[in-house]
Design a protein around this ligand. Structure first.
Ligand code: F6R
Length: 234
């Protein structure tokens, strides 16, 4: 597609179609810049069925104080819960401050299962091929767990903080195995900075060195990308 607005339009068409067909009850949502055009478009085209969705976020930083504006709980509230007028009780974000993070990760997986699984998962992609915060070397079968952020990811995300040192070193993220269980996946990416990751994900070997390549194993995964992000595809 040509630009960010087109990406949002295309992805929102797909979501609204599934809502109308009654096959979308639980949406997996990503933070970051890539899906913002989608959330804005869904806000514009809002329907009561959209407001009735359950939502599960992909990831959260470990250790940010509660209410920190850049915690993913705050970002999801601003960009997703508020725009899509979701019931906050139906929006789940992994906990980055739980005293027992491993137990909180297991509870998050159990909450996804109790909701009947994720019908459609929105993803972005990191320049290093990460999805969620599954950095290169993540097990292809991994579940929600604590991960260490790579320094390239912390540099990329420092744009949301005063400087790179404020970006947490650890995160909690849905695993690649968790993401693969979503019934449908829409990965959104725009810009030349994502072109190499997109080419590796689509045309490279399935490898933990490019975590997004695991989507080659998914029966219903669509990459919604602009021309610049597509420029290294053969
Ligand atoms: C966000 C997430 C990340 C981002 C990725 C791309 O919840 O899990 O994988 O999708 O880092 O970020 P943007 O879209 O800001 O380029």
């Amino acid at each position: 597609l040509e630009n960010a607005a087109d990406l949002g339009g295309y992805a929102s068409d797909r979501i609204l179609k599934r809502l109308a067909a009654g096959t979308l009850r639980t949406l997996g949502v990503a933070t970051g810049s890539s899906p913002l055009s989608l959330y804005k478009e869904l806000e514009r085209r809002w329907t009561p069925a959209l407001g009735a969705l359950n939502a599960f976020a992909l990831d959260e930083y470990v250790g940010l104080p509660p209410g920190h504006p850049e915690s993913y709980a705050s970002v999801i509230r601003r960009e997703v819960t508020d725009r899509l007028r979701l019931d906050p009780a139906k929006v789940h974000v992994p906990q980055g401050n739980a005293p027992d993070l491993a137990a909180a990760c297991a509870e998050f997986e159990a909450a996804i299962a109790a909701a009947g699984g994720i019908d459609l998962q929105i993803l972005g992609i990191g320049r290093n091929g990460h999805i969620g915060f599954n950095e290169p070397t993540s097990s292809l079968a991994s579940r929600t767990r604590v991960k260490t952020l790579m320094s390239a990811t912390r540099v990329d995300n420092s744009r949301f903080f005063t400087d790179e040192h404020q970006v947490p070193r650890h995160c909690v993220t849905q695993g690649l195995g968790t993401i693969l269980e979503a019934r449908e996946v829409l990965l959104m990416a725009q810009g030349a900075a994502k072109a190499e990751a997109i080419a590796r994900a689509v045309e490279g070997p399935v490898s933990s060195m490019c975590p997004a390549s695991v989507l080659q194993l998914h029966p219903r995964a669509t990459l919604v990308i602009d021309e610049e992000a597509a420029q290294q595809l053969t």
